[in-house]
Design a protein around this ligand. Structure first.
Ligand SMILES: Nc1ncnc2c1ncn2[C@@H]1O[C@H](COP(=O)(O)OP(=O)(O)OP(=O)(O)O)[C@@H](O)[C@H]1O
Ligand SMILES: [Mg+2]
Length: 149
């Protein structure tokens, strides 16, 4: 029988931030579901809480009240099964493109011998990522095949 659980579910979610002793209410009483294989978009003006909501689904942050569930399980931490494409480039600017690419494999405990070899990556993989352009080589030019972000 098909699984009828929502892929993503928010139940009565509030999120408050405290900034310089001021309370910011980012989300209030959010009930939201996304069905398996459903494509959902969250739209709204700047500051309405879109990133706050997505950060809680990703597990980067917790609700102040309520529950966030993915595949029926409460989200308490990031998980490699939930991918996030950030609004801003999220590369390590001090590191090479290659090391940025293999970072995820390292954190998941994939042994060096099972990761792609640096020697197999030509030219651009050795260049550093800059936080300003997303990706650049040492003289600041953006390699044509290296997207920013
Ligand atoms: N870490 C934080 N500390 C304090 N306030 C925050 C924090 N993160 C977000 N906020 C506040 O929460 C509200 C929602 O912010 P959020 O970034 O989720 O909005 P958004 O809809 O993603 O906006 P944008 O379209 O500009 O990306 C805003 O008032 C914002 O200033
Ligand atoms: Mg945002």
């Amino acid at each position: 029988m098909a699984d009828t659980r929502p892929a993503v579910e928010l139940r009565g979610v509030d999120k408050e931030f405290v900034k310089r002793a001021r309370r910011v209410e980012a989300l209030r009483a959010i009930d939201f579901t996304v069905a398996p294989n459903e494509f959902a978009a969250v739209l709204g003006p700047s500051g309405c809480g879109k990133s706050t909501l997505l950060n809680m689904v990703a597990g980067f942050d917790r609700p102040t009240r309520g529950d966030v569930l993915v595949d029926g399980t409460r989200v308490t931490a990031p998980d490699p099964r939930r991918g996030v494409v950030f609004q801003e480039p999220a590369l390590f600017p001090w590191s090479t493109v290659f090391d940025n690419v293999v970072f995820g494999l390292k954190t998941r405990g994939v042994a060096a011998g099972e990761r792609p070899a640096r020697g197999g990556v030509a030219g651009r993989g050795r260049r550093r990522c800059s936080s300003r352009s997303g990706c650049s080589d040492s003289n600041g030019t953006i390699p044509p095949s290296c997207p920013a972000g």
